[in-house]
Design a protein around this ligand. Structure first.
Ligand SMILES: [Zn+2]
Length: 486
């Protein structure tokens, strides 16, 4: 019985790890991606609204690492599935599946008619997204222009999809904020929202030409600020978690002289005599692959372009960038400041202003922004470590409280962002959090004190009951011993 009474003493301390009652519980999570938003372009001059918002919440100040290949479609799929590209199979914006004999080209980079429609076929997308996990657990989601988000879900009538191809230009962004807001008002507990800038502007204008980049960042910042104000006005701000990130960073190309136009050095015609992915060449024979390798190696040397021509099978294992049927044998890996493209339709150095991505994922310039704020997250916490974008998936699963499938993400790399992370040397408790812990300990003691007193009293009573007959027996024995034997 005493053991039963003492059982609460063993159980109740575990409630110390529960969320603080001082904060409201999150009712919804909004995942935002601004395409190509590099982590180190977030500052109070360029984006004051986003910067001040991030400073109040959690900021991974060194950004988040994308997956190889560091391009748009596969990384957006990695963020919402937690999978490496070779695991979910979308290994580029463009690739040829030699087994299926089908061409994937979601942005029609090849200008081949019908490729976008082919790329929208659901058979390309076999991995579970966070909104599918949410739906299985009874949640409701909205997907607002997330790249390939609408086709990656198969038949799902319970999720509101706004097709990624219909993402608007600058003038429509405030309307899209209202789509996100309406989704929250409808009771959606997960919204994935995508905007195609600053990537588009960077590709055409670069970082430094004529103020284009600053202007688009200012517009994005106003849009973000408008979104926050709408949340506050509707009293949704304190119950909404926001994760703000991007698919990759960007790197300015120094000049047209350091761009390798690969089609100029490979015999034949793309799509006929050989196939390509973003940065690999798929030759039809081993001999042809050797010729491509030697030709591109010679071109890089002659033009003195800082790029590495390599066999795809030799890419670093930690990239998890391999596929039995969707990657070519030869890969060109340009250094930061350079680029390698299969076609170069723009060849006038006078009008060339460009930035790009697709470089090695561990390069600083390829890292995307990552910040978060809301009831599930710590406040005013800067984190030095660099997670991968696949880690966002298990983090979302934890916040939403939904079971998620096996994935390549690591929750431990991002859980320092949570309001009550596990105790580690890197954790910095903020005063408000410490006060809430003290309050919880005090509440537990109020519960335990009467139980402890009652336990002691019962213990005393039981011992008295047990001890009574024994004492009488002892007295009898004493009497027997002291009386003379007759
Ligand atoms: Zn992108």
């Amino acid at each position: 019985m005493i053991r039963v009474l003492l059982l609460p003493l063993l159980i109740l301390p575990s409630t110390l790890s529960a969320p603080s009652p001082l904060f409201e519980k999150a009712k919804a999570l909004v995942l935002i991606s601004f395409d190509g938003f590099r982590f180190d372009t977030l500052n109070s001059t360029i984006a004051p609204n986003i910067t001040s918002w991030a400073a109040e919440g959690v900021l991974f100040k060194n950004g988040v690492q994308p997956q190889a290949s560091t391009v748009t479609a596969p990384n957006h799929y990695s963020i919402v599935t937690g999978l490496y590209e070779d695991a979910h199979g979308i290994v580029g914006n463009i690739f040829f599946d030699a087994e299926r004999r089908k061409f994937y080209d979601i942005y029609n980079l090849s200008s081949i008619p019908g490729t976008i429609e082919e790329s929208l076929n659901p058979y390309w997308y076999t991995s579970e997204t966070i909104w599918q996990s949410n739906r299985k657990a009874g949640g409701h989601s909205a997907v607002v222009h997330w790249p390939i988000g609408d086709v990656a879900s198969g038949n799902d009538n319970e999720t509101s999809f706004h097709a990624w191809r219909e993402h608007g230009n600058l003038s429509k962004w405030q309307d899209e904020v209202e789509v996100v807001i309406d989704s929250l008002l409808e009771g959606k507990n997960l919204v994935a929202w995508y905007i195609s800038e600053p990537d588009h502007t960077l590709h055409t204008q670069g970082f430094y030409h004529d103020g284009h980049f600053r202007r688009v960042m200012a517009d994005l910042d106003v849009t973000f600020g408008y979104f926050l104000n709408r949340l506050k006005t509707l009293e949704l701000y304190n119950t909404t978690d926001i994760i703000f990130t991007a698919d990759h960073g960007h790197a300015e190309i120094r000049s047209l002289d350091v761009v390798l136009c690969m089609d100029e050095y490979i015999k034949g015609q793309i799509g006929v005599d050989y196939q390509v992915s973003d940065y690999t060449v798929l030759a039809y024979t081993e001999q042809q692959a050797i010729e491509v390798f030697e030709s591109l190696t010679k071109a890089v040397a002659e033009k003195q372009i800082p790029a590495k021509v390599m066999w795809t099978k030799d890419v670093p294992a930690e990239w998890h960038f391999s596929h039995p049927s969707r990657l070519g044998q030869v890969m060109v890996l340009p250094e930061i400041g350079t680029d390698a493209r299969f076609k170069c339709p723009w060849k006038d150095p006078a009008t060339f202003h460009s930035s790009t991505h697709g470089h090695a994922p561990e390069k600083k310039e390829m890292r995307a922004v990552l910040a978060m704020r809301g009831p599930s997250f710590a406040e005013k916490r800067e984190i030095d470590s660099i997670p991968q974008n696949i880690d966002i998936f298990p983090l979302m699963g934890k916040i939403l409280g939904v079971p998620i499938p096996a994935n390549n993400g690591t929750l431990e790399r991002v859980e320092l962002a949570l309001r009550s992370p596990p105790s580690t040397e890197d954790t910095v408790e903020d005063p408000q959090l410490m006060n809430s812990n003290i309050a919880r300990i005090f509440n537990i003691l109020l519960i335990l004190m009467p139980i402890a007193v009652l336990s002691i009293i019962l213990y005393y009573i039981i011992m008295r009951v047990r001890r009574g007959p024994n004492k009488q027996l002892a007295a009898d024995l004493t009497n027997e011993a002291t009386e003379p034997m007759l």
